[in-house]
Design a protein around this ligand. Sequence first.
Ligand code: GDP
Length: 193
Amino acid sequence: AQVVQAEFVKSSVTTEDCPSDGFPEFALVGRSNVGKSSLLNSLVRRKKLALTSKKPGKTQCINHFRINDSWFAAAPHELRTDWDKFTKDYFLNRSTLVSVFLLIDASIPAKKIDLEYASWLGQNQIPMTLIFTKCDKRKKRKNGGKRPEENVLDFQDLIRDFFQTVPPWIMTSSVTNQGRDEILLHMAQLRNY
Ligand code: GDP
């Protein structure tokens, strides 16, 4: 799969601010440090399209990236209520949204907030894809730490208990580029519906 064009376009703080040219859109959401920027950079094979950062207090915006003839909207999910209000408004009202890519760190056990987020998207019938990140982290941790594959299965079990089904899911690593082609193919398939 080829990425011909990729550029950062704008940051928005309300749904009305978001680009209005009608291109199909995919949203990358997940906790701070889950690997949103790294995944985006890996998809477009660039080091710095999206700034990866360790600094706290990143701006609460939805950042729009134009990739070929699609949009990518990247947003952190946080517990802060005003921010959540904006992202939820965006999910519910963004008519060009094709799928929400919910990023989940596969190197750690399931987090309650990720399950809550998946539940909220499911309850509101917003199409989602589970994107498991950091699947290259192989080392077993002390104290019963699990491998990424095991964390992924655990997360799927928890989701299945809730929905009786599991949304489409892809295992990725922005270190090895695992999952890159699968994501691009998945996007192409979703767009052709
Ligand atoms: P964001 O806050 O969600 O945009 O997360 P970043 O993309 O800035 O990544 C947070 C940290 O996790 C950085 O130190 C990255 O280098 C690291 N990271 C992101 N993706 C991966 C991955 O697939 N594998 C590994 N081992 N580290 C990753």
